[in-house]
Design a protein around this ligand. Structure first.
Ligand code: HEC
Length: 188
């Protein structure tokens, strides 16, 4: 009898687990695809609300920011142009520990598109093919190899084409770690 119940439970709970896994996989994909800016990303599914300035009901209009004000909190996006970023290098250099941390970050934030081998064939890459959109780059390709560290850091920060900007999602330090991870994939 006890066995009978156990096997019944096993039968009932298996499909439920399967659908929970499927749902969380879908939710993760959607979150990643929309983890950029509202309505700007070609594959946006849900509009992103992290960055909106919510006004409460009957709240007075917000005052405009004074001219020439400089943000001292919040976004860590860089102000340099792509050309200016060319010669920039990591302020902390490359260490085995930073590579390890960066790899963990890459697995969470980048592998879904670029693949865990960085060849641009992550699970979401198929969505680009289906939408005839420029696919995730092969980070070991000649084109990416020939970019400077500063250029890679700038692209990760500000985005490029279908590459979403990570300036507001990762710290400056994490983005330099990402550069080290890419170089490591390139055998450098
Ligand atoms: C939603 C999918 C997606 C995610 C997530 C993503 N990328 Fe990309 N990435 C792309 C696409 C697509 C391109 C190609 C852009 C183009 O050419 O339009 C690209 C291009 C790049 C390039 C530029 C290659 C070149 O030289 O042209 C770099 C560097 C890069 N990604 C690094 C990263 C890193 C590091 C992460 C994680 C922090 C990441 N990407 C996360 C989709 C993604």
């Amino acid at each position: 009898m006890a066995n009978g119940i156990a096997s019944l439970r096993a039968r009932v709970s298996r499909p439920r687990w399967r659908s929970i896994v499927a749902c969380s996989g879908l939710a993760m994909t959607v979150t990643l695809l929309s983890g950029c800016y509202p309505g700007q990303y070609p594959l946006d599914i849900f509009r992103e609300m992290h960055y909106q300035q919510s006004n409460r009901l009957l709240q007075a209009d917000r005052l405009a920011v004074p001219r020439d004000a400089v943000p001292i909190t919040g976004s860590s996006r860089t102000q340099e142009s792509f050309a200016q970023a060319r010669t920039m290098t990591s302020p902390t250099g490359r260490t085995p520990q930073r590579l390890e941390q960066g790899q963990a970050m890459f697995n969470v934030n980048c592998a879904v598109c670029h693949g865990s081998d960085a060849h641009g064939t992550g699970p979401v890459a198929e969505r680009f093919a289906a939408g005839s959109a420029n696919p995730p780059a092969d980070l070991t390709s000649q084109r990416v190899r020939s970019r400077t560290d500063g250029e890679l850091h700038w692209i990760i920060t500000n985005g490029l084409g279908n590459m979403p900007p990570f300036g507001d999602l990762l710290t400056d330090d994490q983005r330099w770690q990402a550069v080290q991870v890419i170089r490591n994939y390139q055998g450098q």
